[in-house]
Design a protein around this ligand. Structure first.
Ligand code: NAP
Length: 271
């Protein structure tokens, strides 16, 4: 197999479905050896099985909110591939138990009858509901960046790190914990891009807009319809379109790009 990422080792979190699966399969198609990490090992295995040459890749179970789990998975990928060059912090969630989303959806439904009904989430959000999302979206990105750079530093090799943020980081459309965690990811990327530049490690974010993946399930149909109508390109992104942005940032074509946020949102919001 040959391609722009030939000879590279990569790890992708949340690679069992959706955008993460598309990223893992695209990096594999571009020639990298890919460790697909997910909470659900069977899903990660299905991602690897969907590549052209599954035996070149690795499926691992990993909870990104647990630093020991991330360290073990990164070490396993380094061991299997002999090197790590690319890490993509993709795993993310939009809600967690006790975060007030049930109350918010109920208020949305009542508001359809009475426009004066306030749609609150913040006042219903418990500490664990807040932490549940921040732990995966922001702690998880930090753990993956740290463990990967520890390996890269020990090996003395450069590389490309990519974190999946969201248009919500800038637009504020979404839940408090989601928007805050996705904005936090951009701050992390910007700081790391400066700290790691002397090592030749580039760090960037991709900020998708609404993308057609399982994370959208459970969102009321009328929200989806009005959201798509508000996107200048008139539809949600396909996971493969987000993966293409990641593949470019991971490649040498992006050799002078670090600390950036690559926006893939159909023109719905300008950063
Ligand atoms: P998705 O379809 O829900 O897939 C997320 C994947 O991450 C799932 O395989 C899930 O595993 C896994 N995951 C969840 N928690 C994890 C954890 N603690 N450790 C490891 N893996 C975990 O989501 P998606 O739509 O592809 O989103 C991927 C990323 O893009 C997220 O960071 C999301 O915030 C971001 N994003 C998505 C959109 C969108 O509209 N879809 C827009 C902007 C940004 P399980 O199936 O086992 O839970």
């Amino acid at each position: 197999m040959s391609g722009p990422l030939e000879g590279r080792g990569a790890v992708v979190t949340g690679a069992g479905r959706g955008i993460g699966r598309a990223i893992a399969q695209r990096l594999a198609a571009d020639g990298a050896r890919v460790a697909a990490l997910d909470l659900n090992l069977a899903d990660a295995e299905a991602t690897v099985a969907g590549t052209a040459d599954p035996q070149r890749h690795l499926a691992l179970d990993c909870d990104v909110s647990d630093s020991a789990s991330v360290a073990a998975a990164v070490a396993a990928a380094r061991h299997a591939f002999g090197r790590l060059d690319i890490a993509v912090a993709n795993a993310g969630i939009g809600k967690a138990p006790g975060d007030g989303s049930e109350e918010m959806y109920a208020a949305m439904a009542r508001r359809a009858e009475d426009p004066a009904v306030p749609v609150d989430q913040l006042i219903h959000m418990g500490d664990e509901g807040w932490r549940g999302v921040v732990r995966v979206n922001l702690d998880g990105a930090f753990f993956l960046m740290r463990e990967t750079v520890r390996v890269m530093a020990a090996d003395g090799n450069a590389g490309s790190l990519v974190c999946i943020s969201s248009t919500s980081a800038q637009s504020g459309e979404g839940s408090p914990h989601y928007c805050a965690s996705k904005a936090g990811v951009i701050g992390l990327v910007r700081q790391l891009s400066r700290e790691l530049a002397p090592r030749g490690i580039r760090v960037n974010a991709v900020a998708p807009g609404p993308t057609d993946t399982p994370i959208m399930q459970g969102i009321p149909d009328d929200w989806i319809t009005s959201m798509e109508a508000s996107i200048p390109l008139g539809r949600m992104a396909r996971p493969e379109e987000v993966a293409a942005s990641v593949a470019w940032l991971a490649s040498d074509e992006a050799s002078f790009t670090t600390g950036s946020v690559l926006v893939a949102n159909g023109g719905s919001y300008f950063f």
